[in-house]
Design a protein around this ligand. Structure first.
Ligand code: SF4
Ligand code: MSK
Length: 633
């Protein structure tokens, strides 16, 4: 249930979920400081100018606080609130996009190395490799898998440094959408180029036209969604296997009393996949047994967790807000991190226990952590070295507490799985889904994505999902929102008992939960593909902007969320953010995002706070789209 963050019994915090509170109230957790504590300690609200996007520190004549409409409160250089808010928004998009771009590049390079036989990974989904090759204009006929993989990998690696010519995977979008991008001049030319140009244009004294800045922000975000993120998802699937429905568990109770607990945290699947391979290696199992454990228990945190949950069915111990709480159990031998969403607070939290905090990427080191550089060329050796750290820690486990809380989930809803499960007798088609939307059994589709955040007082994701499924809306989830839904039991077919009659009837027949887990943050690209397939199947308009579909990120925290939101809006899907939107200090820019973008892209941004407000806005949006399609009188 939703709870206001407050001091609970004995000074332990009452935060967002029962499990967190349970763990933090145990004596072993006393002294562990989490983000929840730090939110409470910071009495003041977040900085008003920072929050509204009108504080500029892009040069050393500032920082300048700007107030829209107050002549004296412009920047020393003369920049007004609209310029500064657009510039700051654009820089958030650049930051978020660059995270996915570096992730995508890393995956593409690892894929190429694998294709050349230089890593212990393999090409697990040769059929998807062939389909991907075809989409890229490569004829797979008569080509050996490795040759084809080298050709595909080379083409996609080159997309990052490309200067001209457009992105190969954007050709997958509906024709009408490609025309919108061409008309507006926002089709990316290469992947990295768009971030660099955006950073240049937001430098002091360059682009001072808010609308012009926001066009480049859109182009950069599209290079993320239809470029880097889609490359990351597609190549990870080809290499590690395309997700299929899989039953597993989430929440801190997945830690095990009699095994060496290793949590993998961050985003990139290459480290976690190698750890999963090494954890079952007889040599490692024997070493674990030697110290009195039954074996190694690998569990995820954040999106690395979502990657291995989707493809291997490994459990997730916690979402973003639980990363320090997982450590507060005192039952984790090692937390292995790669990149993104790793709070620096995990270091002192791990330091209270025997827990080894291990960084693996040269891009992300943390004071107090041990660094074991992960090299995919010798992935198994690197993974074993990391696991040996954890095994050595097991005999040192002291006072600890593993909560009982864990929940069954069914995950693995890649675009391919959705096609297969909802395809009915048309397996391989979205037609039955489209038909059920047209006949009103399913009212529409809503994506609830993104982070969880201690600044948000209500577990909006969960209450919102319940409201939407009760109204016959199919819900797609990714990232930490998905983990939260899992904790609440919404990712099982049994949750259909909370769905409306129409949705229940359609999904019961195929054994699908009403909330479909589609993966990690980069896997939001799966939602772009699903939306595209719905359009291409026919019956629901000619473009993504015609679909009775809407997205939201009610507890967004990271810059990546803004990049994702912007690529959805630029692709024709409206997005509602909560609890705040980063440009509200400028009415000009906020109006542009909330209204003018609708004229340009057929989709817009919006903001809401409570689950009720989100639900009303999302249902209104879906109903309006249905009406425009002539589905409802
Ligand atoms: Fe101030 Fe202009 Fe410098 Fe920004 S760029 S800090 S608004 S003087
Ligand atoms: S991990 S970006 S907190 S979803 Fe992808 Fe979770 Fe948000 Fe990080």
């Amino acid at each position: 249930t939703s709870k206001r963050f407050e001091k609970g019994n004995g000074g332990c915090p009452s935060i967002q979920c029962e499990t967190n509170q349970d763990v933090l109230c145990q004596s072993c957790a006393s002294g562990v400081v989490t983000a929840a504590h730090r939110v409470a300690q910071r009495a003041a609200e977040p900085c008003l100018f920072g929050k509204g996007g009108t504080c500029c520190r892009n040069c050393n004549m500032g920082p300048c606080q700007i107030i829209e409409g107050v002549d004296q409160m412009i920047g020393v250089c003369g920049a007004d609130a609209a310029t500064v808010a657009a510039r700051n928004f654009a820089r958030i998009v650049a930051g978020g996009s660059s995270a996915h771009m570096d992730h995508g590049r890393g995956m593409a390079l690892a894929f190429l190395a694998t294709a050349r036989g230089e890593t212990p990974y393999e090409i697990k989904d040769a059929a998807k490799l062939r389909a991907t090759a075809q989409r890229l204009g490569i004829d797979p006929a008569d080509k050996a898998t490795t040759d084809l993989a080298i050709e595909v990998g080379t083409l996609l690696v080159n997309q990052f440094g490309q200067q001209e010519g457009g992105l190969a995977l954007m050709k997958r979008a509906p024709k009408a959408r490609q025309e919108v991008w061409a008309k507006l001049g926002v089709a990316p030319r290469g992947i990295d180029r768009e971030v660099v140009e955006l950073m240049h244009r937001t430098h002091m004294g360059v682009d001072q036209d808010a609308a012009n800045l926001l066009f480049q922000a859109a182009r950069c975000a599209l290079a993320d969604g239809w470029g880097a993120s889609m490359i990351a998802t597609e190549l990870s699937d080809v290499m590690f296997g395309t997700p299929v429905p899989i039953r597993t568990k989430v929440n801190i109770g997945v830690l095990k009393e009699d095994e060496v607990n290793v949590t993998v945290h961050g985003h990139e699947p290459v480290v976690a996949e190698a750890l999963a391979m090494a954890a079952n290696d007889p040599e490692i199992v024997a070493e674990a047994k030697k110290v009195g454990a039954k074996g190694v228990n690998l569990a995820g945190v954040c999106c690395t967790g979502n990657e291995i949950l989707m493809r291997r069915g490994l459990p997730i111990a916690g979402s973003f807000v639980q990363q320090e709480v997982v450590l507060a159990t005192g039952a984790v031998e090692a937390m292995v991190v790669d990149v993104q969403c790793i709070m620096q607070g995990v270091s002192p939290a791990a330091g209270q226990f025997h827990t080894r905090l291990v960084t693996t990427s040269e891009k992300a080191k943390i004071p107090g952590a041990r660094h074991i550089a992960f090299d995919e060329h010798r992935a198994l050796d690197s993974a074993k070295e990391i696991l040996r750290q954890a095994i050595a820690a097991y005999p040192e486990r002291g006072k600890h507490y593993i909560p009982v809380h864990q929940m069954d989930v069914v995950a693995g809803f890649s675009h391919e799985t959705i096609t297969y499960m909802l395809g009915g007798r048309f397996r391989g088609s979205y037609k039955p889904l489209n038909d059920n939307i047209a006949n009103g059994r399913i009212r529409g589709v809503a994506a609830i994505v993104g982070c969880d955040n201690y600044r948000v007082l209500e577990e909006v994701h969960i209450e919102l999902a319940k409201e939407l499924i009760a109204n016959d809306v199919l819900v797609l989830v990714t990232g930490c929102a998905a983990t939260g839904m899992g904790r609440a039991g919404l990712l099982t077919p049994e949750a259909l008992s909370m769905a409306g009659d129409g949705l229940k009837e359609v999904l019961e027949a195929v054994g699908c939960p009403p909330v479909l887990h589609m993966g990690s943050c980069v896997d939001n690209s799966r939602i772009l593909i699903a939306a595209t397939e719905m359009v291409l199947t026919g019956g629901l308009g000619n473009d993504i902007s015609d679909l009775p579909a809407v997205g939201c990120a009610p507890q967004w925290m990271s810059e990546k969320a803004v990049a994702i939101g912007q690529y959805f809006v630029s692709s024709g899907a409206s997005v509602i953010f909560g609890p705040s939107f980063p440009t509200t200090g400028s009415k000009v820019v906020t109006d542009y995002c909330f209204r003018e973008m609708e004229n340009l892209y057929g989709a817009h941004w919006d903001v809401a706070q409570t689950s009720n407000e989100f639900a009303n806005k999302m249902l209104d949006h879906i109903n309006a789209k249905r009406k425009a399609l002539g589905l409802d009188k």
